[in-house]
Design a protein around this ligand. Sequence first.
Ligand SMILES: C=C(O[C@@H]1C=C(C(=O)O)C=C[C@H]1O)C(=O)O
Ligand SMILES: [Mg+2]
Length: 463
Amino acid sequence: MNPQSYSSTEKVAANRFSGYRFYTETIEVSTMSSLAFFEAGQESYEGKRMFWQNREKSFTMVGLGHAYVLTANDHVGRYKSIKKDWEELSSQMVNEETAVQPVLFGGFSFDPLNNEPSEWRNFPQAYFAVPTFQLIVKGEQAYVSIHLITNKSNSFAEFEALRKERDRLIHGAQVSEPKEYKKPRVLEKKELKKEDYMRSIEKVTEVIRSGKVDKVVIARALRLRFEESLSAAAALSQAANEQPESFLFGLEAEDQFFFGATPERLVKVEANKALSTCLAGSTPRGKSVEEDEALGEALLNDAKNRSEHQYVVQMIGDVFEEHCSNPQIPLIPKLMKIRDIQHLHTPVKGQLKSGSSLLDLVEALHPTPALGGEPKQQALSLIRSYEPMNRGYYASPIGWIDAKGDGEFAVAIRSALIDGNKAYLYAGGGIVADSTPEAEYEETWVKFRPMLRVLGGNLHDES
Ligand SMILES: C=C(O[C@@H]1C=C(C(=O)O)C=C[C@H]1O)C(=O)O
Ligand SMILES: [Mg+2]
């Protein structure tokens, strides 16, 4: 190993982690396939792996193993508790000399007050981890870091073993053949509680028309059953192939894997610049250029979709007015076109005020009216009463924050939970005064397409 290429630190904490020692070491490596690195951790770290790639593909993060886990299970204070723990932990780990910082990766559930029993058995209300082995690929550069957080005073042998393991993982990823995964065979595709979903839209539109709320997002689930268990690496690899224009994320919790390919950023912070995306209002892609443009134009001029969108712009704008100086909020949406769908899209920017941080913005924004509704608390309570499921981590903030406070969270839509030989897929839509159950039902089929492509279930118009 070239001694100039790495930087190690050992620190002893004085705060609530007193008694703990923090060892970090980062080396620069030749670029490698991030999916191959994820796959290399299969045997030893299955159940403790993480994956993230931004929409622009300029930043990829893979985590193998847990150096430290942060969770929260209460419904109040879960953002503050993760924020405080991470501030204390990261102050021990930040290393000004390295090109990358230690990262905390994970997410929050959609609604901790939803008590409905569900398939999300391994996911606490907040679930984050600092990986033991962290690969970061930034443009042409790739870095692998080791993190060891321990209360043993003599960890030299343990750290040496981690170095050997790191070299084994890197070697494995660099020399492996690119894998071609077959799509799994789907034995059953079941719409869960479809009738309840249709009725909930009727109910919620009545409440909206009575003037009590403006917008409520209602979702439903599909369950696929496969011939055999699905591997997380195969699912991610298919998602990378099928949905190259989205954020890709994956989070293992023991024997369950939540992943997705979402076009929606919740918020990004880099060097105190904050960026969010208002995304709401949808129409399918056209079969020809002409049809596609006509659908896009119609979406831009459609009153129902513009109103769905405007509630989101208003709310994100308000949050940015509070947390940022100089917020920039465009007046008119543009189109975001991705493989299966086009959306109305308004980017919002600002300069973070001192005293505000990435996790403050996540707390203030989640859920935006793109996934919750307007006003927020009334919408959440209507979702709890009428939506026939527990969203778990679907539609929730998933992402990362580094030891300097930079990071990015996406909204975990176009996503699925893999549980052995089953997968649960989720999709919803914004209900406003002039919504109809039939049109919303059709819109969810368009939003299921990305994960149906990945997992191999027939798309709606082929079935
Ligand atoms: C709810 C979903 O998507 C959200 C709802 C949209 C809509 O109703 O038009 C558009 C984009 C997303 O903010 C989903 O994909 O499940
Ligand atoms: Mg919609």
